[in-house]
Design a protein around this ligand. Structure first.
Ligand code: HEM
Length: 172
């Protein structure tokens, strides 16, 4: 039978201490310990549960599956009345952020209705990971095709790279 309820010897568990004392004085025998790996598994499960609970409390960006797909033309017309900026194939509403931008309101204003991907990724300033995370919280749509002009070979930045097996063409 397992006599460890608390996993560390110093944790409050009078029954465990009592049984351990009995064993020292020869009053209890054949005590079995739960395998360490099981204890570690349980500890990790509890830690993951706590992390999950904390994650639930935070606001997270809308995933690309839940965003409306918007054409370039519609993006242009919506950007007349809202402060929308395209970065990496996603349309962001930067209205609330304009006055908080460390790089200034002006830089954002000049990119409303445009593709600011290059500017955001180092063309003007290479933003930190925190800035990337902040940006993701402002997503309101995904641009159809990912780019202003889509040609048949263009890969929109929002698409994940896929590895495919290449089969050489069979000789004629
Ligand atoms: C909506 C999208 C954007 C977000 C969320 C954003 C966020 C930020 C943040 C958090 C910083 C502080 C430094 C850092 O953490 O990297 C920053 C700095 C900066 N950003 Fe942006 N940014 C955006 C768009 C842009 C665009 C489009 C440009 C350029 C055209 C730009 C230019 C700059 C510059 C120049 C700085 C440096 C300011 C300084 O250190 O004096 N940002 N931005």
């Amino acid at each position: 039978m397992d006599y460890r309820n608390a996993v560390k010897w110093y944790q409050w568990d009078p029954t465990k201490w009592f049984i351990a004392m009995c064993s020292i004085f020869g009053l209890a025998s054949h005590l079995r310990k739960f395998p360490d790996v099981e204890i570690k598994r349980s500890l990790l499960t509890m830690q993951l549960k706590k992390l999950d609970e904390e994650r639930e409390r935070l606001p997270w960006p809308v995933t690309s599956d839940d965003l409306p797909v918007i054409t370039w033309e519609r993006y242009q017309s919506e950007a007349q009345s809202q402060q929308l900026i395209l970065i990496s194939g996603f349309i962001h509403d930067v209205g609330q952020f304009m006055d908080q931008h460390p790089g200034g309101r002006r830089l954002l204003e000049t990119h409303v209705g445009k593709d600011a991907t290059t500017a955001f990724f180092g063309g003007v300033y290479d933003h930190s990971n925190a800035a990337h995370n902040l940006l993701a919280t402002m997503r309101v749509g995904a641009l159809h095709g990912g780019l202003e002009l889509v040609n048949e070979f263009a890969v929109p930045p929002c698409l994940k790279m896929q590895i495919v097996r290449w089969t050489p063409p069979s000789p004629m």
